[in-house]
Design a protein around this ligand. Structure first.
Ligand code: ADP
Ligand code: MG
Ligand code: MG
Length: 257
């Protein structure tokens, strides 16, 4: 199986060190939860994985299947099978959900395609999209909506899950900030991810949300404090953190607290 391997990763933002030696390996088929108090660096790791230019790798490496990601742009990372849910949080005027997905899957499946060359055939695409939306219990009307225009929290998550379903990445990184997730949004992500995850997909989910982790029980839970992963455990660690917060973890790691 393939793996997403992060080794001794140090990342600075505007010259300020944020990640200070993060190592983490996610294999296809595994679910990892990343938890940690606000400001500990979880989103920094997610942005670094997508290749956001503000996040400078000063040391260490990220590899998929032994291929270093450091020098690759977001598109090339996607072709290696990496998916980041917040990669396209944009409003593109006049672009519908279905158009966007057709472009996205064409780019991934046909990487040598020249600008202006054909998209995957409409009939084939429609069939695939419909099958997937049926499986996910989504109203087919959603595919005709304009991308992100007036999307509710739940609809943004529907888009996220539908992208995941259509792109079928080997590795999915979901940064599900707990603030602003209403109950519809939580349900969409929890149930969607449960339907889509399986032996072909490795998942790194950044969340504290109990329901999300109940529906998608992590084999590994990592705790980040001040830019380092200080502990790794199983699902029971996620439950402990959920119930008791970070005070005990901080006591166990006074040097990072
Ligand atoms: P978390 O997701 O765990 O809440 P973040 O990765 O968002 O943590 O933030 C970690 C630290 O990095 C914080 O101190 C935050 O202020 C800083 N930081 C993150 N992104 C930026 C940025 N784009 N510009 C400046 N500081 C940033
Ligand atoms: Mg935060
Ligand atoms: Mg964050």
């Amino acid at each position: 199986v393939a793996s997403l391997k992060i080794q001794d990763l140090h990342v600075s933002v505007e010259g300020l060190p944020i990640l200070r030696g993060v190592s983490l390996e996610v294999r296809q088929g595994e679910i990892h939860a990343l938890m940690g108090p606000n400001g500990s660096g979880k989103s920094t790791l997610a942005y670094t994985l997508v290749g956001h230019p503000k996040y400078e790798i000063t040391q260490g490496s990220i590899e998929i299947d032994g291929k270093p990601l450091n020098e690759l742009d977001a598109c090339e990372r996607a072709r290696l099978g990496l998916f980041l849910a917040f990669q396209y949080p944009i409003v593109i005027p006049g672009v519908k959900v279905a158009d966007f997905l057709r472009h996205a899957i064409t780019n991934i499946r046909n990487p040598d395609r020249k600008e202006g060359e054909g998209l995957i055939p409409m009939r084939e695409f429609r069939k695939e999209l419909k099958a997937m939306m049926d499986e996910l219990g989504m109203d087919s009307e959603f595919a005709r909506r304009y991308l992100n225009e007036g999307f509710s929290g739940g609809e943004k998550k529907r888009m996220e899950i539908l992208q995941l379903a259509m792109l079928k990445p080997r590795f999915a990184v979901l940064d599900e900030t707990d603030s602003g997730l209403d109950s519809d949004a939580v349900r969409v992500v929890s149930e969607g991810l449960r339907k889509l995850s399986g032996p072909q997909m490795g998942v790194l989910i950044i969340t504290h949300h109990e329901r999300l982790l109940e529906y998608n029980v992590p084999q590994f839970t990592h705790v980040m404090l001040a830019g380092k992963i200080v502990e790794t455990g199983d699902a029971s660690l996620a439950r402990e953190l959920h119930n008791e917060g970070y005070s005990k973890v901080r006591l166990r790691h006074p040097e990072e607290a």
